[in-house]
Ligand binder design. Structure first.
Ligand SMILES: CC(C)(COP(=O)(O)OP(=O)(O)OC[C@H]1O[C@@H](n2cnc3c(N)ncnc32)[C@H](O)[C@@H]1OP(=O)(O)O)[C@@H](O)C(=O)NCCC(=O)NCCS
Length: 148
């Protein structure tokens, strides 16, 4: 990871930066209002990786009893393959484990080779498939990992 980068917990004041990164990296998962909500809820954990003042990666999830449900992982398109995704995902898993999570899970499009490789690299296994999960008909693969 580059020396000027920092990983920090995101709050409601980061909603616009998250929305902008979401639009660039995920095609606009949530609106500004939804991001503000995501970043304000007590059960949510949202981490950001900043290069100086610029948010270049984010990883968010919410705690459901002892499971971390990961809702978003995104790295700015021009900053991929620098290790940011892995650093932030591992930081999110550590934070969740510290908060009492015993498992982590998420859904990923079956055609998303980069994300599937990242999750596999970080210890996730495919635990099932949700057919036609996304609005465009793509299937989702359920990823599952035990946290120690
Ligand atoms: C998936 C994503 C978060 C990966 O972030 P990243 O910072 O580029 O990933 P990293 O550099 O940390 O890569 C870690 C490992 O993941 C795997 N990986 C990441 N991108 C990959 C790619 N394009 N092809 C193959 N493997 C890839 C590799 O195993 C890599 O390890 P290596 O570099 O030692 O080979 C990023 O591509 C992204 O933001 N994609 C769009 C949003 C998205 O699909 N999010 C997930 C939704 S579920």
């Amino acid at each position: 990871m580059e020396s000027q980068t920092t990983v920090t917990t995101l709050g409601a004041g980061d909603a616009k930066a998250c929305r902008d990164l979401d639009e660039a990296a995920l095609g606009g998962l949530w609106t500004l209002q939804q991001w503000t909500h995501e970043l304000s809820e007590a059960q949510r954990i949202c981490l950001g990786l900043f290069d100086g003042p610029r948010l270049v990666a984010l990883a968010c999830g919410w705690m459901v009893v002892d499971e971390l449900h990961i809702t978003a992982v995104a790295v700015a398109p021009e900053r991929r393959r620098c290790g940011f995704g892995r650093v932030l995902l591992e930081a999110l898993l550590r934070r969740a484990a510290d908060d009492g999570a015993r498992h982590a899970t998420l859904e990923v499009a079956s055609c998303n080779a980069a994300a599937l490789a990242l999750y596999s690299n970080c210890g996730f296994e495919t635990a099932g498939c949700r057919r036609n999960y996304y609005s465009d008909g793509r299937d989702a693969l359920i990823q599952w990992r035990k946290l120690t």
